[in-house]
Design a protein around this ligand. Sequence first.
Ligand SMILES: [Zn+2]
Length: 258
Amino acid sequence: MTEKLKGKRITNLEVTQPRCLNVSVKKFQRIRAKTVGETKARGKWLFTNLDPDDNLLLNLGMGGDLLYHENTITLPKKYQFRLVFDDKTGLTVTFSWFGYIHLASKKDLPKHKMTNKLGISPLDREFTAEKLASLLSGRRGAIKSFLLNQKNVAGIGNVYVQDILFKAKLHPLRMIPTLTEPKIQALHQSMQEILNLSIRLGGLKYERDLYGRYGKYGPEYYLVAYKTGEPCPVCKTTIAKIRTGGTASYICPRCQKR
Ligand SMILES: [Zn+2]
């Protein structure tokens, strides 16, 4: 989005589902004539700076499309929100269920309740192994629930966490205080590898990028996730599905000892 949209000026907007907004449609008009800046991601939220001091906050909820259009010919039949830019290109937002289209000025952003408690993105330059170690320091509980809690680290969901733990040879119920420094480094490394693999492949198979192209990250790339009964890619032990707290986990019982 930064590559494609930065520098474009918003000339028009269309809202077909006002309840996705955090302000009235009338108040939303303030983004007209503003210039699009950089976009950053944290968890499910995208933050797009609108020059000079406004921010468009998008969250596709359970899924949806964020599509860039060179012209109006490729517009989808249904969309909840559309931006038109000064060069006649545009952006549409479509939710498969429900999502959020919010505005927050620079001053109000720290008060935006749905995002102000989000943790650091695991792909942020500042997210080093030392940073992860400091986040884990003094914490109790199991590692999997820590990783899924968006207040700790924002951006890991139930598909990715399975393979991240497997690659780091960690049982999902492994208690945080027992993690050694090399283990934390292995976990950090594994987070980068698994998430970047998916990004390189354009995301999950049912997800589309800005240009409408589907991702290629599917079960053939998963290591243990959703592979109950199949052999572990490292030691050939049968992959098991276990209950861990409120979620299901897929593990190799040999590589990921409790
Ligand atoms: Zn194994």
